[in-house]
Write a protein that binds this ligand. Structure first.
Ligand code: 4GY
Length: 274
């Protein structure tokens, strides 16, 4: 077991034996994934063997001498569709190497990817990420060879590659040993659902902007309260939808009730005709 000291509590992290998470990406543009190795936490995690990222070029599974991977859509219409045979070959190859992996197709039609989905996927033994191009992939591929379709947002990209990188990045930082500070992913899960509180570093005065006194006070209890309240109010102002299905503490409720009373007083003052 790994135990870590956070504030005054010992927190259980997870089993000592940390296994590596494998991401296998199926793409027509494997070179795009080299960007993950330019620097930062993902590069370090690959080097430290916490994760591995393998790319498979779908074109390597094309059979004709032109290495064709696309074809015209049945029924007509503009654009091209990804042929099923090369994709099926590539997916079966990936599954053969990682039989325990979960297979995802990146598409705007998929389930919306969020932090909860990232946490779910971080529990998988491995992920196979299929990146489409052109107008999409032959329907029979999703039916037969894909476990789940996933969307990183309601917009259309030119291919699934950037979406796959979003998934790799967000899932990786939840894996044990990936973030430098072991407690940070854990810490986050305590405040799940709220937006982050404002962060400051030195100097305490910058171009007329002051760091809030509480943060300079050294009073850790007061700092914790300030941050929770700042997160709560920030979430209320920027993303009130997030507050609807969140476990709020009684102290959170007091903050919101005070806010409600103040708003009520303002509204009443301005709506009194006399
Ligand atoms: N949004 N979330 C997305 C996307 C591009 C044509 C199929 C998204 O995940 N993927 O926009 N993908 C399309 C491009 C083929 C994928």
């Amino acid at each position: 077991m790994i135990w870590t000291k956070r504030s005054c509590d010992w927190i259980f992290l997870r089993d000592w034996k940390i296994e590596r998470m494998n991401f296998t990406v199926l793409t027509l543009f494997p070179e795009m994934f080299a960007s993950l190795m330019v620097g930062g936490i993902i590069k370090r995690s690959v080097e430290n063997k916490r994760i591995s990222i393998q790319t498979i070029d779908i074109r390597d599974f094309a059979s004709n001498r032109h290495r064709t991977v696309d074809d015209r859509p049945y029924g007509g219409g503009c654009g091209m569709v990804m042929k099923p045979e090369p994709l099926a070959g590539a997916i079966r190859h990936a599954k053969g190497r990682h039989p325990e992996a979960f297979t995802l197709l990146l598409t705007p039609q998929g389930r919306l990817f969020d932090q909860a989905v990232a946490r779910e996927l971080a529990g998988c033994r491995g992920l196979i990420l299929i990146c489409g191009r052109y107008e999409g992939v032959d329907e029979r591929i999703r039916q037969d060879l894909v476990d789940e379709e996933l969307s990183v947002g309601d917009y259309v990209l030119t291919g699934g590659e950037l979406a796959a990188m979003v998934v790799i990045d967000a899932v990786s930082r939840l894996l044990p040993g990936v973030l430098g500070n072991e407690a940070s992913a854990q810490e986050e899960s305590f405040s799940t659902g709220l937006l982050e509180y404002p962060q400051y570093t030195r100097p305490s005065s910058f171009e007329g902007g002051q760091v809030p006194d509480t943060l300079l006070s050294g009073d850790h209890g007061a700092i914790r309260n300030w941050r929770r309240e700042a997160s709560l109010i920030r979430t209320f102002v920027k993303r009130p939808d997030l507050l609807l299905d969140l476990p709020l503490t009684s102290q959170d409720m007091r903050v919101l009730e005070k806010l409600q009373q103040e708003l009520q007083a303002i509204i009443e003052k301005h709506s009194t005709p006399f």
